[in-house]
Design a protein around this ligand. Structure first.
Ligand SMILES: [Zn+2]
Length: 474
């Protein structure tokens, strides 16, 4: 037993293979259920490292799971590898320059997210084998976090059954345990069907679908005043009905994102937005089709898990950035506004430090700053099993999420240091849960208590299938 390598050495042992994976995935940015190559890379790595692999988890061709170990508790490490449209960007520079104009890019750092999660799983696999500890580690490769809610579909399909606790992370500009809140969110398409007609010669025969979409916007804007405080409603035109003003638009389509801090509030709000759409259809004598595209819950906090993750972070200390990392981070910061740079400090209730380009410390647990709340499909996993998410610094302070600057920094030496650090924090937290039955029992009891208070409702309409895309021809 004494000849075993400590856990963090095991992370370092696999580091090069997994930073290589992160860089390869960076170079093949794929979005929203089209992550065929990225998933194949993760699957190949799982096989090369000796995991027992399950492909097409929950019937999703770009989801994969690898398991190692035997008996004991089952700890899941969640990874992602989807990119974003329009954020193609050359790496390692500090000016906007796409690799491919209009192309996809890893503007949320998920190339690092998946690879670090798999890195943690590799270290835990070795640690379980070397120490003979009963326990299993599972790596879940989850696609389509950006707008596709794959984890929600995976939860609905029972993909996390048998898991005792789940751990994940996200690249960030600060190192800290993530905030406990996220917004429940339904993405929904409203397609209005009217009747085309010559807009000058016979306007009275036309029924405009575009008018319906516009009236729907007006109605929703009035609805905002009477929605819960934390509601967020936004929309994008997917089809405005054509370019010709002299044709009454027979079809128009708008996508809504409807969010609130509590799942029940969000689901109630969805019904009210649907009524506004029905009203717009009535006013314009058009028909409306309403289709949910994807939906996620709000986050169910687990204080026990978050405290354990914070302890792991404190043991580990800050990310060891060097002078070159700082120089590049300063060059990136030169492209940001003062408000951009101040924003992350406001979230953690700190005074901005203008001479600090990278976070090399640990932010206290629950710093009590300003809330800047989005949505994530990790939330549905938090209802299924006790879950914690850690944020680890991989890029310059103030870098906005979903930006060319994130893509640019996505395979820098600082990003590699951050992802390795994230793997160490996650692996250590998993080790605590596997070796301290009281801790795991406390996390599970807390989870059960919260669920008893507020039972889980799957936010997906019954029968809804993930918006899969076919495998591209070889
Ligand atoms: Zn993300």
């Amino acid at each position: 037993m004494r000849n075993t390598r400590p856990l963090w050495d095991l992370v370092d042992h696999h580091r090069e293979d997994l930073t290589g994976l992160a860089d390869r995935v960076w170079g093949m940015p794929e979005t929203l259920y089209a992550e065929y190559r990225s998933c194949a890379e993760h699957t190949a790595m799982l096989r090369a490292k000796g995991f027992r692999v399950t492909e097409e988890v929950a019937g999703i061709p770009t989801a994969v799971m690898g398991e190692a170990g035997a008996g004991g508790p089952v700890i899941a490490i969640l990874g992602e590898y989807d990119a974003l449209p329009g954020l193609s960007q050359v790496a390692g520079i500090a000016e906007p320059r796409p690799v491919e104009p209009g192309g996809n890019g890893h503007g949320c750092g998920h190339n690092l997210l998946g690879s670090a999660a798999l890195l943690a799983a590799c270290a835990l696999k070795d640690w379980l084998a070397e120490t003979g500890t009963p326990g299993r580690v599972r790596y879940y490769g989850c696609p389509a976090e950006e707008g596709g809610a794959a984890k929600t579909f995976m939860v609905r399909d029972g993909a996390f059954e048998g898991v005792d606790a789940a751990i994940t992370w996200h690249p960030d500009c600060m190192t800290r345990v993530d905030d406990p809140e996220s917004l429940a969110n339904t993405r929904m398409d409203f397609t209005f069907h009217g009747r085309a007609s010559h807009a000058a010669a016979s306007p009275h025969l036309g029924r405009s679908a575009l008018d319906a979409v516009e009236l729907m916007s007006v109605g929703v804007n009035y609805l905002r005043e009477h929605a819960v405080q934390d509601a967020r409603i936004h929309y994008a035109y997917l089809d405005a009905g054509g370019m010709a003003p002299n044709v009454v638009q027979a079809k128009a389509k708008v996508r809504y994102s409807i969010r609130a801090l509590k799942l029940a509030d969000m689901l109630a709000l969805v019904e009210r937005v649907k009524n506004v759409a029905r009203g717009a259809a009535l006013m314009t004598e058009t028909q409306v089709e309403m289709d949910v595209f994807s939906a996620v819950s709000n986050n169910l906090v687990n204080e026990t898990m978050d405290r354990a993750m914070h302890r792991a972070l404190e043991e580990l200390g800050g990310v060891p950035f060097d002078a070159d990392d700082l120089a590049y981070a300063r060059a990136i910061q030169a492209t940001l506004s003062e408000q951009d740079i101040a924003a992350p400090y406001r979230v953690v209730a700190m005074t901005p430090r203008p001479d600090e380009a990278l976070c090399d410390y640990i932010v206290p647990l629950r710093p009590g700053g300003e809330k800047m709340v989005g949505s994530t499909d990790v939330a549905d996993v938090t209802w299924a099993v006790p879950t914690t998410e850690v944020l680890v610094a991989t890029h310059a302070i103030g870098t906005p999420a979903h930006s060319w600057q994130i893509t640019a920094q996505g395979k820098s030496p600082a990003a590699h240091k951050g992802m390795t650090h994230a793997a160490k924090a996650m692996a250590r937290c998993a080790e605590m849960l596997m070796t301290d039955p009281a801790l795991l029992a406390e996390a599970k009891a807390e989870h059960a208590g919260r669920l008893k208070q507020t039972p889980y409702t799957c936010p997906l309409p019954a029968g809804l299938k993930p918006p899969l895309v076919p495998r591209p021809a070889a």
